[in-house]
Design a protein around this ligand. Sequence first.
Ligand SMILES: Nc1ncnc2c1ncn2[C@@H]1O[C@H](COP(=O)(O)OP(=O)(O)OP(=O)(O)O)[C@@H](O)[C@H]1O
Ligand SMILES: O=C(O)c1cc(-c2cccc(F)c2)nc2ccccc12
Ligand SMILES: [Mg+2]
Length: 273
Amino acid sequence: KVSTVEKRWTLNDFDIGKPLGRGKFGHVYLAREKKSNHIVALKVLFKSQLKQSQVEHQLRREVEIQSHLRHPNILRLYGYFYDQTRVYLILEYAAKGELYKELQKCKYFSERRAATYIASLARALIYLHGKHVIHRDIKPENLLIGVQGELKIADFGWSVHTFNRRRTMCGTLDYLPPEMVESVEHDASVDIWSLGILCYEFLYGVPPFEAKEHSDTYRRIIKVDLKFPPKPLVASAAKDLISQMLVKESSRRLPLHKLLEHPWIVQNADPSG
Ligand SMILES: Nc1ncnc2c1ncn2[C@@H]1O[C@H](COP(=O)(O)OP(=O)(O)OP(=O)(O)O)[C@@H](O)[C@H]1O
Ligand SMILES: O=C(O)c1cc(-c2cccc(F)c2)nc2ccccc12
Ligand SMILES: [Mg+2]
């Protein structure tokens, strides 16, 4: 069993295996922790590139947030260490890889598979929001698949701790810099919207507001120009759920615990998730 974050890890603690993929800032390798024989994914990030892109604070925040999370549908971050030139993240290994590749292969998912994924993501988001964390970047590229086929939310690079409302409600906003005011603006309901987009994409194979130009996608989003194609045939209960999540007024989006009671989820999601 891989111990907690307190231990000081070094590269010598691991045997490095095959590359699992390439990210923006470096590679991810299969690795085995020598003492426990525990298989992990070792994400190697180059400090030079992190500095260049000015994402050091984002990475520290990602590590700080993800290392404290414990949920079956959230990818574990066991620890990190760094040397002269690189930062290493010790991550749970998701044996069945990326969800978006699975979606490309199947074109779209069955209602049972889609509902099971959406229910497990809703449970993970309920857990996250309960800890005042919003992910803000829920999309197929950031979802990995565990050895039992279960979904794992990864990439907390864009996640943030939301301020408790007392601090922002009574404290004047006047002195808060844009980036703090901006994060006060959007709350956990941004993840409900993204989950609605995902649900649509799982069932139709494309996201609802896709367009050739970014400007067109932007226009369709702010208009909530939601259309359901005739093919593939999708149950009206699923369309009803999606329509309750893709609501412009963020406070009127279907709360996550209500999503888990929605007929389409109750009838189609596999309880084990
Ligand atoms: N824990 C893991 N288990 C299995 N494969 C992984 C894991 N983490 C990453 N990978 C593989 O490595 C690839 C790159 O990883 P990742 O997406 O985390 O890098 P990144 O794109 O730089 O990160 P970000 O998406 O935050 O920019 C992934 O697309 C995936 O194929
Ligand atoms: O040389 C450092 O002290 C250093 C540490 C860290 C770091 C420290 C904790 C957690 C984490 F994810 C990253 N990130 C960096 C990124 C670029 C350049 C240097 C560093
Ligand atoms: Mg990535």
